[in-house]
Design a protein around this ligand. Structure first.
Ligand code: SF4
Length: 421
């Protein structure tokens, strides 16, 4: 049996936040109900369920907690009926403050949900209003207390730094206020000004100035952004939370299993509008089963051209990425003709192994690379590794290769060098 992670996308929100480019929008009850029917059909029709055991489930969005508790219960019952879930599977639901009352939280517990991810972003009401969030800090506190009262012992809080008008001091206050509540996990991302959002209209020029190294007008400067990152790591470490990924921190034992699976290449099935899946169709050596287009062809500087693996029965093959249609009507009609299907070449998989694995502070295992791909990491990436180790951006310790503290700061630049094609 192979491990599988499940992701259910609930694309509904009370209203759209000003910075958000996720596939989500407000919807009335009738639309939500139609969507739930389509989602259930898709889950039921997933093939080869018996080949898998499910290690984690993530109900994300959007705002899954705006659905009625009864509907969440129906979805969970369906998952338990259709899939073999490991007894200790991590089951997370994303909630926004003010959308999950005690009644809903009770139902979540009863149906096996054991992790809550709360979208806070900031403890400053002015910043929350600017982001277009539906809640205040006080609303968040009420939800947080209700979640604890219901007995949840694994809570994540989402935070966002580098907001327009935010100062290092206001970010520090947000961290201090959240840490006083002692959540088990914190995700702390920097705001990205995404095209198609109302923030893009207002702050794109500012973001360009910052990229050019010029002082932005309303966004924090690059130095301030770095300082926010530094303070985050310091304050969270002092509270016993370890940074285990570029933007994720947890008390020991509370690292998000679902995300770690994603960063380490565990197969996942995504259900819902625009959801992605990564599924391995066989685990045979490349040279037997992969077509010409899949052959490795590393050609960038420092990356050696290597032949397809030979003699490694462990090497993987046949991994394919699927992406559901983003058109709501097509999804409701069960019309998956617009689904993107991308067979992944060995090069794609090696690249992902490196740049997803290196997101984690413990990095990647050289033995695991060899086991999966039949070639050593040295053969494929020797030049890149040597260069970045010499520059102090990567470190090699025993079997592991990981970003250094400086490498974590410059992770985008380092990751780009692991592209093979
Ligand atoms: S609640 Fe989340 S998904 Fe919904 S609009 Fe805001 S940021 Fe986007």
């Amino acid at each position: 049996m192979r491990d599988l992670e499940l992701y259910l996308h609930i694309p509904f929100c009370v209203r759209k936040c000003a910075y958000c480019d996720f596939l989500s929008a407000p919807a009335d009850r009738e639309q939500q109900e139609a969507y739930l029917r389509a989602l259930k059909r898709e889950i039921e029709s997933f093939p080869d369920k018996e080949a898998y055991q499910v290690s984690s489930v993530f109900l994300g969005g959007g705002t899954p907690s705006i659905l009625s508790g009864k509907w969440i219960a129906e979805l969970m019952e369906l998952l338990f009926r259709e899939f073999r879930l490991e007894p200790d599977a991590e089951i997370t639901i994303e909630c926004n403050p003010g959308t999950a009352d005690a009644g809903k939280l009770r139902i979540y517990r009863e149906v096996g949900i054991n992790r809550l991810s709360l979208g806070l972003q900031s403890a400053d009401d002015r910043e929350l209003a600017l982001l277009g969030r539906i809640h205040t800090w006080t609303d968040f506190l009420r939800t947080y207390e209700a979640v604890r009262e219901e007995g949840f012992v694994n809570i994540n809080v989402d935070l966002m730094s580098a907001l327009p008008g935010q100062t290092v001091q206001s970010w520090e206050r947000t961290l201090a206020q959240v840490l006083a509540l002692a959540p088990e996990h914190i995700s702390a991302y920097s705001l990205i000004i995404e095209e198609g959002t109302s923030f893009y209209e207002r702050y794109h020029d500012d973001a360009v100035l910052r990229e050019r190294g010029e002082p932005p007008r309303e966004l924090p400067s690059e130095e301030e952004e770095r300082e926010m990152y530094r303070i985050t790591e310091q304050m969270l470490a002092a509270a016993g939370m370890q940074r285990y990924e570029i933007s994720n921190y947890a008390l020991p034992g509370y690292e998000c299993r679902h995300n770690i699976g994603y960063w380490t290449g565990v197969e996942y099935a995504g259900f819902g509008l625009g959801a992605s899946s990564l599924l391995g169709l066989s685990r045979k050596p490349y040279h037997d089963h992969c077509d010409k287009g899949s052959e490795m062809s590393g050609h960038a500087q420092g990356k050696k051209q290597v032949s397809p693996a030979s003699g490694s029965e462990q090497a993987e093959c046949g991994f394919t990425r699927f992406r559901n249609p983003e058109n709501m009507q097509a999804y409701l009609d069960g019309d998956f003709s617009g689904r993107e299907i991308t067979p992944l070449s060995p090069n794609d998989r090696m690249e992902e192994f490196m740049f997803l694995g290196l997101r984690m502070t413990k990095g990647i295992s050289e033995r695991e690379f060899q086991k999966r791909f039949g070639n050593s990491v040295e053969e494929v990436y020797g030049g890149v590794l040597k260069r970045h180790c010499a520059d102090g951006l990567l470190k090699r310790e025993g079997d592991r290769i990981a970003l250094t503290a400086r490498g974590l700061d410059l992770s985008n630049t380092v990751m780009a060098d692991f592209l093979l094609e």
